[in-house]
Write a protein that binds this ligand. Structure first.
Ligand code: ACO
Length: 448
C-alpha cells in the first residue's frame, strides 16, 4: 500500500473555556505568568454534561457525516486516552454504539494508554494495520480523547480538553514516511495517576519538563541517524517545512524547538550559519545535565531559533494556545492548527511531529503532505474542522464558575447514581452529552 496515512480529520473541543489572563488574576499569580510565562491564551474544559466518551462520540459521528463515510467501511478502531472512566471497559466499546446500528461489529482494536502518548500508539497501530498483510481493505479510525484537569495550584492553568478523530487508509493526503521514526522510552515518575479515586495526576512539574526535553533530544538523535542512513546526508531543521510538538503549554514548545537548533549546532548541520555557530559554540562542552539547566544556553538558542520558530512552528500553535493541553489530542490539535492555517501551501511539504507521554514514552516521526482529492483533501479537512468558527463560538466562564465546575467534577468522578442537569444549551447541535450514571455505574448519553 502506498501513501498510507490520514485521509480525514475532525476535532471537537468543549464550547466552555476560561481566559488565562482572568484565571491568572483570580489565582493571584503575577501578571503574565500564564499568558507569557506559560504562553497560553485560553483553556477549554468539560462541564458536568461532557466527558471523554461524549466528546469522542461527537467527533466520530461528525467525521462520518462530513466526509460521507459509512460506519460499515471501518475495519479497525483504536482509541488513545489517559482519562480513566473505567479500568476495564474501553472507550472503544462505547463508540461501538455508532457501528452496531448498521450491523458492523467486525472491528478490531481497543484503547491504548500511556499519558499523552496513547493517541500516537493508536495511530501507529492503524497505519501499521493498513500496511500489513492482515489489512482487509477497510479504513482504520483513530480517536484521541482527553480531559486534562489539575488540582488547584501551579499546574491548573495547563489543563484542556478535546477529542480528535482521524480516518486512516492508503493514498492519503497526509502520508507517513514510515522509515523515519525515532523513539525514546524509559522509566520516570514525572507525571502519573496512581490515585485511582482522583482524576488529578501526581506531577513533578520541573522534572516533567526536563524529561520532555531529554526525550526530545534522544528522539531527534535517532531520527537524524535514520535519515542519514536512508538519504545519505545530514538532517537539519531545514529539511522539514514544519515541526509540530506535543503541547502541554506553549513555552515548552518554544524551548523544544530551540533545543533542536542546539542539537543541529552540536552536529554541525546546515541550519547553523556562522553567526549562529558563534552564539552556540560556548555551550558545546556542557554535559547533558548542565545543558538542561543553563539559562544562558536557553536564551542563546531561543535567539537563534526565533526566525525559524516563526516560520516552522508558530502556525501549529493556535489550538493548543487557545484550548490548552488536550493530552493525547494535543499533538494532533497542533497539527490541525497547521492544516487550518496553511492548507493552501502544504502540498509536497514534509512535517515532523514529536509525541511525548510522561512516564515516559516518545516518538518523533515524519509526514509527507499532498493536497489530495475531495473529500480527502487538505482544503476539505480544513473546512470540515472549521477551527476559527469553533473557537469563536465558545462561552467564557468566570473564574468562580470555573472553580465551581471543577468542584462538581471532582465530586462526580468515580461516582454513581446521579443524573446530570441535562443542560445542553451551550452545546452545538450534533454534540453528545451525558444524561446519567445509574446505580450500576452505567453511563447514558444523548445527542443534541
Ligand atoms: N511574566 C512572565 N513570565 C513569568 C511570570 C510573569 N509574571 N511569572 C513566571 N513567569 C515564567 C517563569 O519564569 C517560567 O518560565 P521558564 O519556564 O522559562 O523559567 C514560567 O513562567 C513558569 O513559571 P514557574 O514558576 O516555573 O511555574 P510553576 O513551577 O509554578 O508551574 C509548571 C509551571 C511546572 C509547568 C506547571 O504548570 C505544571 O506542573 N504543569 C503540569 C506539568 C506539565 O505540563 N508538564 C509538561 C510535560 S508533561 C505533560 O504533558 C503533562
Amino acid at each position: 500500500n502506498k501513501n498510507v496515512g490520514i485521509l480525514a480529520m475532525e476535532i471537537y473541543f468543549p464550547p466552555t473555556c476560561i481566559q488565562q489572563e482572568i484565571l491568572e488574576a483570580h489565582d493571584g499569580a503575577s501578571k503574565g505568568k500564564y499568558t507569557i510565562g506559560l504562553g497560553q491564551d485560553c483553556m477549554g474544559f468539560c462541564t458536568e454534561v461532557e466527558d471523554v466518551i461524549s466528546m469522542s462520540l461527537t467527533a466520530v459521528t461528525s467525521l462520518f457525516e462530513k466526509y460521507n463515510v459509512d460506519p460499515k467501511q471501518i475495519g479497525r478502531l483504536e482509541v488513545g486516552s489517559e482519562t480513566v472512566l473505567d479500568k476495564s471497559k474501553s472507550i472503544k466499546t462505547f463508540l461501538m454504539q455508532i457501528f452496531e446500528g448498521c450491523g458492523n461489529t467486525d472491528i478490531e482494536g481497543v484503547d491504548s494508554s500511556n499519558a499523552c502518548y496513547g493517541g500516537t500508539a493508536a495511530l501507529f497501530n492503524c497505519v501499521n494495520w493498513v500496511e500489513s498483510s492482515s489489512w482487509d481493505g477497510r479504513y482504520g479510525l483513530v480517536v484521541c480523547t482527553d480531559s486534562a484537569v489539575y488540582a488547584a495550584g501551579p499546574a491548573r492553568p495547563t489543563g484542556g480538553a478535546a477529542a480528535i478523530a482521524m480516518l486512516i487508509g492508503p493514498d492519503a493526503p497526509i502520508a507517513f514516511e514510515s522509515k523515519l521514526r525515532g523513539s525514546h522510552m524509559a522509566h520516570a515518575y514525572d507525571f502519573y495517576k496512581p490515585n485511582l479515586a482522583s482524576e488529578y495526576p501526581v506531577v513533578d512539574g520541573k522534572l516533567s519538563q526536563t524529561c520532555y526535553l531529554m526525550a526530545l533530544d534522544s528522539c531527534y538523535k535517532t531520527f537524524c541517524h535514520k535519515y542519514e542512513k536512508l538519504e545519505g546526508k545530514k538532517f537539519s531543521i531545514l529539511d522539514a517545512e514544519y515541526f509540530v510538538f506535543h503541547s502541554p503549554y506553549n513555552k515548552l514548545v518554544q524551548k523544544s524547538f530551540s533545543r533542536l537548533l542546539f542539537n543541529d549546532s552540536l552536529r554541525n548541520a546546515s541550519s547553523i550559519d556562522e553567526a549562529a555557530k558563534e552564539k552556540l559554540a560556548p555551550f558545546s562542552s556542557l554535559t547533558g545535565d548542565e545543558s538542561y539547566q543553563s539559562r544562558d544556553l536557553e536564551k542563546a538558542s531561543q535567539q537563534v531559533a526565533k526566525p525559524f520558530y516563526d516560520a516552522k512552528v508558530q502556525p501549529t500553535t493556535l489550538i493548543p494556545k487557545q484550548v490548552g493541553n488536550m493530552y493525547t489530542a494535543s499533538l494532533y490539535a497542533a497539527f490541525a492548527s497547521l492544516i487550518h492555517n496553511k492548507h493552501k501551501t502544504l502540498d509536497g511539504q514534509r512535517v515532523i511531529l514529536f509525541s511525548y507521554g510522561s512516564g515516559l514514552t516518545s516518538t518523533m516521526f515524519s509526514l509527507r503532505l499532498r493536497e489530495g482529492q475531495h473529500p480527502f483533501s487538505l482544503s476539505h479537512i480544513a473546512s470540515v474542522m472549521n477551527v476559527a468558527e469553533k473557537l469563536k463560538s465558545r462561552h467564557e466562564f468566570s473564574p468562580e464558575k470555573f472553580v465551581e465546575t471543577m468542584h462538581l467534577m471532582e465530586h462526580r468522578y468515580g461516582a454513581k447514581d446521579f443524573v446530570t442537569s441535562k443542560d445542553c444549551s451551550l452545546l452545538a447541535p450534533g454534540t453528545y452529552y451525558l444524561l446519567e450514571v445509574d446505580s450500576m455505574y452505567r453511563r447514558s448519553y444523548a445527542k443534541k
